[in-house]
Design a protein around this ligand. Sequence first.
Ligand SMILES: [Fe+2]
Ligand SMILES: [Fe+2]
Length: 178
Amino acid sequence: MMIEHRLIERMITIIGKELARIKTSKETNPSLIDTIADFIQTYADRCHHGKEENILFRELKKKALSAEHKNIMDELIEEHIFGRKTTGRLVEANRGYGKGDADNLPVIMECMSLLVDFYPRHIEKEDKHFFLPVMSYFSQEEKDSMLEEGFLFDQSLIHEKYKEIVNLAASSYMKGTQ
Ligand SMILES: [Fe+2]
Ligand SMILES: [Fe+2]
């Protein structure tokens, strides 16, 4: 999970650089924003937060957590929701911007700025205050089985992703023929 954090951080750096560029150029490339949003939605949220929530947090909920760990886990879940909402707004604003409505640029910039601010803090909280200490709630067997489940989770994602893309493309043709 920490290895995945490093890749997310690299994308966050790119978002920060593009945000700085937009501030001077007053324009952006909708396909770059699309790539950024797809990374956050598919990799950071579906794949990475997916494993945190659907495997690690699910198993932690079965344990008698300390008040501190329970609080951090609740915060992390809230932060995932915030990240999802912000990226959703970014996608929406970029759609408008791609159609030529430049009024969407400030919203794009606001969402990028929120993501650049939020992700490093979220990742630091997990890396430094959560992932390692909560491992003490699990036996080696439990840890191994979560790891195995994580591999299976990852394996299914590429199929899910491209099935969704084909479904979306197919439905846009359905609409086109009406
Ligand atoms: Fe997280
Ligand atoms: Fe994380």
